[in-house]
Ligand binder design. Structure first.
Ligand SMILES: Nc1ncnc2c1ncn2[C@@H]1O[C@H](COP(=O)(O)OP(=O)(O)OP(=O)(O)O)[C@@H](O)[C@H]1O
Length: 354
């Protein structure tokens, strides 16, 4: 296992006016044994970044290193994919359909290990790691559910003890409940083996819940890399805020650690002064059903999810605000409510910079 360091990597497709800069000057460090998710909308360059790391593509500038070893860039002849020791788990259909589970898992082991006791032991160990019963070894891929297939694909990538594991939207074909349980099992397996991993996804919940570090990409560029809570609570700009979750963005005026806006006075994460855009998460908007404290508004719409609900409120000044509250007791359309903001609020100057 080793760390992964990407420095100033750029990759374009095509040439001239029709060229697409799929990955644009990306710099990212994934510490040894940690899990980073790369989050971004479709077409932002996530898969291209993964393919550069795996060695299926060569960067036109910048460098990629596994630990202290440069595998591409810096004038070094690119190390071939099979020599990089990078495990790759694609979206689906990764398993060889004509091989049983044991042969699939042992596929990347040396020829000697594959046929002997060492290989058999490794298969059992890997099945245990991904929380599948040992007798699954004799099944064929078409005798497994989608989630089980993805666990076997991970087992196969981990069996040769790779330096880095790369996962390309590995849960996207699974339904919501299987997605949760499979992703948690994968997370536990990576943690147990102290594996350095990079997972690309366009699913915000997946990116935030699984990772030590979230790297947000937009149009080929890495716009923020930080812990999940930092990315969620203190996004670099309002677009990142709206991409990683629902956000209420209101104009306001800041004076040191406080700002005023349609929702009254709020406390800022960092002091600043002048006109600002304030980013408030809907769960920070407290909906008071019992008292007259706060800013008055009328409920326009309620989306009930069971565990919680989203309440769209039109303030008396005409501003529309989204609040999220527990589903136990909630208002209905037409009700008068009072809103106030809890917790700290991130302010951005009009250019988007904090
Ligand atoms: N082989 C290629 N030839 C030309 N353009 C390509 C090639 N591969 C990717 N691109 C372009 O590069 C950009 C980034 O693509 P990429 O597949 O990396 O995005 P992505 O974020 O993984 O998208 P998705 O989430 O939809 O898989 C897109 O504009 C895409 O059309």
């Amino acid at each position: 296992m080793s760390s992964l360091t990407i420095t100033g990597v750029t990759k374009s497709f095509g040439s001239g006016a029709s060229a697409t800069r799929a990955v644009d000057d990306v710099t990212l460090h994934v510490p040894h044994g940690s899990f980073t998710t790369v989050l971004g909308p479709s077409g932002c360059g996530k898969t291209t970044l993964l393919r550069l790391i795996a060695g299926f593509l060569v960067p036109e500038s910048g460098s990629i290193a596994f630990g202290d070893t440069t595998v591409a860039g810096d004038g070094v002849r690119p190390v071939a994919p099979q020599a990089r020791r990078a495990g790759y788990v694609p979206q689906e259909g990764a398993l060889f359909p004509h091989l049983d589970v044991a042969a699939n898992i042992a596929f990347g082991l040396s020829r000697d290990a594959r046929g002997g006791q060492e290989g058999r032991d490794r298969v059992v160990e890997m099945l245990d790691l991904v929380e599948l019963p040992a007798d699954f070894r004799d099944r064929r891929p078409d005798e497994l559910s989608g989630g089980q297939q993805q666990r076997v694909a991970l087992a196969r990538s981990l069996a040769p003890q790779p330096a880095v594991v790369l996962l390309d939207e590995p849960f996207s074909s699974l339904d919501a409940s299987l997605r949760g349980s499979t992703s948690r099992a994968v997370r536990r397996a990576l943690e147990a083996t102290n594996t350095t991993a990079l997972l690309v996804t366009h699913d915000q919940n997946e990116a935030l819940s699984l990772a030590d570090q979230v790297a947000v990409m937009r149009a080929g560029r890495l716009v923020q890399s930080a812990t999940p809570s930092e990315v969620y609570l203190s996004p670099n700009d309002p677009q990142v805020a709206e991409f990683v979750g629902r956000a209420v963005v209101l104009p306001g005026t800041a004076t040191d650690a406080r700002a005023t806006c349609s929702l009254g006075e709020v406390v800022l994460t960092e002091p600043t002064t002048g006109p600002v855009a304030l980013m408030i998460r809907p769960e920070q908007v407290f909906v008071d059903l019992a008292h007259d404290e706060g800013v008055r508004g009328t409920v326009e719409e309620v989306s009930y999810y069971g565990h919680d609900c989203a309440v769209q409120v039109r303030l008396d000044d005409g501003t529309s605000v989204l609040a999220r509250m527990a589903g136990v007791r909630h208002p209905g359309p037409g009700d008068t409510v009072h809103l106030r903001v809890t917790g700290l609020v991130r302010a951005y100057h009009p250019t988007g910079t904090p």
